[in-house]
Design a protein around this ligand. Structure first.
Ligand code: IMP
Length: 189
């Protein structure tokens, strides 16, 4: 089966490929296929956004499309930024997004939070298989670690005992929202 990962985020692609290892004959990305398509992700849920992405990309390929949508949900903020995580402060500006979140939590005593990912596998005949995963932890007071991307440097994983940006990719994948969502999806195939 030939799979197209509906992303241009190199970190995400590396994580997804590590989990998919050996499960598909051929894995490509939007860059590999020269697909320039970034639909507005204006759904109300992670699933809606993942489907918006997958269906828009599917118009450009005959391959099976894998799309994911992720968000960081902070309990003291009633689950925000959630589905708005990418454009929380400023569109796809992770530095501004992290800074805004740390500012909003300046006086918070409850810093608990979780990442949630929904993944969608969309076949050329329209069939859809989904998976979801979460990882729980808390938002640290200041950035820690240089690895990863997005909110990784301010998310402390309870299971790893460090921030995702202090973890290697392999360590992150043992507990991450994305690897759990992918494993959930593959358990249904
Ligand atoms: P999207 O799923 O690519 O739309 O991501 C939504 C937002 O969450 C973006 O700001 C990403 O940088 C961030 N994000 C997605 N996955 C991760 C992750 O694994 N770690 C940290 N931030 C992430």
């Amino acid at each position: 089966m030939k799979l197209l990962i509906a992303s241009n985020n190199q970190h995400k692609i590396e994580e997804i490929k590590a989990v998919l290892c050996g499960k598909f004959d051929d894995i490509s990305t939007l860059n590999d296929e020269n697909i320039d398509c970034a639909p507005e992700e204006n759904g109300q849920t992670f699933l809606e956004n993942a489907l918006i992405k997958a269906r828009a990309i599917a118009k450009h390929t005959d391959k099976v499309v894998l799309a994911d949508d992720t968000g960081l949900c902070v309990n003291a903020l009633g689950g925000r930024p959630g589905v708005h995580s990418a454009r929380y402060a400023d569109d796809h500006n992770s530095t501004a997004n992290r800074r805004k979140l740390l500012g909003e939590l300046e006086n918070a005593t409850d810093r608990s939070a979780y990442f949630k990912t929904v993944v969608v596998l969309l076949y050329p005949d329209g069939k859809v298989v989904t998976g979801e995963g979460e990882v729980h932890g808390r938002i640290v007071e200041k950035e820690q670690g240089d690895n990863g991307f997005g909110y990784d440097s301010i998310f402390y994983s309870d299971e790893l005992g460090k921030t995702f940006a202090e973890a290697t990719t392999t360590e992150k994948l043992t507990v991450s929202h994305r690897s759990r969502a992918l494993r959930d999806l593959f358990s249904k195939l």
